[in-house]
Design a protein around this ligand. Structure first.
Ligand SMILES: [Zn+2]
Length: 315
């Protein structure tokens, strides 16, 4: 069984990196999904490599920051009301979603994964936020936003930008803006699934050209349609479904059932069950791992390094 951990990148000293990686190694973890920038990667990766710890750079793929929103507002996804995520993000301020069908966005992301996969000692690129905005939030999260979402609403539904409209029209001769209830239109749903699948496969091709692995963090199966992630069709080395049971008001044994469902959908792609540490009591961690393994997972990934404490490690 292989064990992974998601780790947010900070500008640490070499000594601090060494200590963090030592802790990770001591607890039998094989690989780190590391977020950060070039400066962080250049410092941290050689230290990890010296300790025979595998690093995959963790990319926040389809979210643009404020700088990009100013520079290229036309790259951002447009909702069913015609509002751009560059100016009117939904749920949280940082939900500035990029359009997966915009050729310039695709080029921008190809460049990104190309430079990440060329970093010496980096074993792969891990795609996160590789999806559309949640048209419906996970059931356990909705109360945090004081929402009860029972149907897909236009303000959370993307993408109706010119590129998407034109592409869909050329395939089906239908303008998606004129569909009466888009949530019932199978072609429009499949088009959005395919938009993400296509982008994943383009990015994967570039990463593999550089002889590195391509992996992704994805939502559980019940959320696939709400974030437009048909991840069982993606060409990846490994997939990491975020089996965050508390977000779905589920108990910990749900991890086994959910893992099994994922395995049944996949071909050769390895599945690692993502475990949400803040919702797992220290004494339950081993049980959670056992559920993932009995469900058929190749291993687990812990979210995240900061959330895991000494009590977790020692139990
Ligand atoms: Zn679009």
């Amino acid at each position: 069984m292989k064990q992974w951990i998601w780790m947010g990148g900070e500008e640490l000293s070499s000594e601090q990196w060494k200590r963090s990686f030592e802790t990770i190694k001591e607890h039998g973890i094989d690989a780190v999904l590391l977020n950060g920038n070039e400066k962080i990667f250049e410092k941290a990766i050689p230290i990890a490599n010296n300790m025979e710890l595998e690093i995959h750079t963790w990319l926040i793929t389809l979210l643009g920051d404020n700088e990009l929103a100013k520079k290229h507002p036309e790259w951002f996804a447009v909702n069913g009301l015609g509002e751009t995520a560059a100016e009117i993000p939904q749920y949280v301020d940082y939900y500035k979603w990029l359009c997966p069908n915009n050729p310039e966005v695709q080029e921008y992301l190809i460049d990104k994964v190309n430079s990440l996969s060329k970093i010496p000692g980096n074993s792969g690129v891990h795609l996160d936020y590789i999806r559309f905005c949640d048209v419906i939030l996970p059931i356990g999260i909705q109360p945090n936003y004081k929402l009860v979402q029972i149907k897909e609403e236009s303000r959370y539904d993307y993408c109706y930008c010119n590129h998407c409209v034109k592409k869909f029209k050329s395939q089906y001769n239908i303008d998606p803006r004129e569909i009466t209830d888009p949530s019932y239109n199978k072609k429009w749903l499949q088009f959005r699934y395919d938009s993400i699948t296509n982008l994943v496969n383009i990015l994967g091709e570039k990463v593999r050209e550089n002889k590195k692995q391509i992996t992704a963090a994805v939502f559980p199966i019940q959320m696939q349609r709400y974030v437009r992630q048909q991840w069982n069709r993606w060409d990846l080395d490994a997939v990491f479904p975020m089996m965050y049971h508390s977000c779905y008001n589920e108990s910990i044994d749900w991890i086994a059932a959910e893992t099994k469902k994922g395995i049944n959908l996949l071909g050769n792609t390895a599945l690692y069950s993502g475990l949400y540490i803040p919702s797992i009591k220290p004494g339950e961690l081993e049980t959670a791992v056992t559920y993932a393994v009995t469900g058929g997972a190749a291993g687990v990934s812990y979210f995240c390094f900061k959330a895991i404490n000494n009590e977790h490690w020692n139990n």
